[in-house]
Design a binder for this molecule. Sequence first.
Ligand SMILES: *Cc1c(COP(=O)(O)O)cnc(C)c1O
Length: 398
Amino acid sequence: MDAIKALRSQGLRGLAKLRPVGSRVPRIPPNGEAPSTFDWDENYHTEFCVSGTTALALAVAVAIGERQLAYTPEVILPAYGCPDLVAAVLAQKAKPVLVDLVPDSPHMDLEKVKEAFSGATVAIVGVGLLGVPERLELLSELCQSNGVALIEDSAQCFPPASEHQRWADLIVLSFGRGKPVNLMGGGALLVRKDLLSGAKPIINRFPLIEMKLGFRWKVKRLVFNFLLRRFPYFLTEKLPGLNIGETRFKTLDEVVRLALPERLLHLGIDHFHQRSAMHRDYLEQLDPLQKNGWCFLDTEPISRELQRVARNRFGLLAPSRHHRDLAERKLNRAGVGASGLYRRILPKIDGIRGISGTSDYPNARSFAERLLTLPCHEDVTTDDITLIVRILIGLSRE
Ligand SMILES: *Cc1c(COP(=O)(O)O)cnc(C)c1O
């Protein structure tokens, strides 16, 4: 086994690995205080779901609405992203229509978005990537002039950029493992309040299950948090068959709502706000890379609030696929879980079918080949950052 080989060749020092992503799940105190409100409560109603993917499927159902369509409804998505985006759209018998990105940017090309509109379009999904939100203000103008819904997929960005600005009609949150607020699963659909009376009958059609924070949940939390540590993470990564971090397409067969205790989400949010905005350290210390063809995802000004909060990972683009792969290998060999994230555009991910749009997405493809993500969680130390920065700067000079 690889783990045993590594043990022989490297001794104990090589047996630790800094996980690429994932924050610890909060402990539930025995005497919970009365739940307060969420920051988005003034503008959005909260509906909990079993996952972020389910919340997105619910959002698509609301966007389709009560209309009896004689055609297949279409939903516009970026060509690079989480494969769950496609699963959620297909789960509502809608057709994903993909759009290329702006060069060297995580944002959809707005001209391409306009071209992707058809009479069958019901929604655009503006997906935030690694803490960087989409250009929701511009997308909301496009949506309004075409009479379609704007869904902000904020699974990787917290808080959602629309919570005070009201750009999105619907917002999707995920509380899964690699997300900013980690509750080991769950998600939420936020519905802008002016749409609630129309949306509620649609939402109520989906089954609702209970969630218990009992003994089993507490044990699962302890095990989960233990496995995040450097030695257990090193071992689990080596276990054959687990393929941690591999991108896979999974269909979504059932859309189920979850009676998630609000108290748990409040604890998760508090935990999130205690973490530092480490991406700022990366932005500052990796700045010299920009002279050598590397670029950051923070191309557009983002709100002061989002600059101040933690991210789930820090993303940057290498000058080429070769540089990305080399950096990824070097960092991992040094015990740092750096990752290329999805590595492929959506149509190239195994198992994805039923997608429409132009067949080529050169900017998304280049993005997929060059994206490198660095860990940003609470267990990344200043020594880790120094090591990461040294490796990347050394490599960029080669
Ligand atoms: C993770 C993710 C989802 C799905 O969330 P789950 O809770 O894992 O189902 C949807 N969209 C984006 C952008 C994601 O990163």
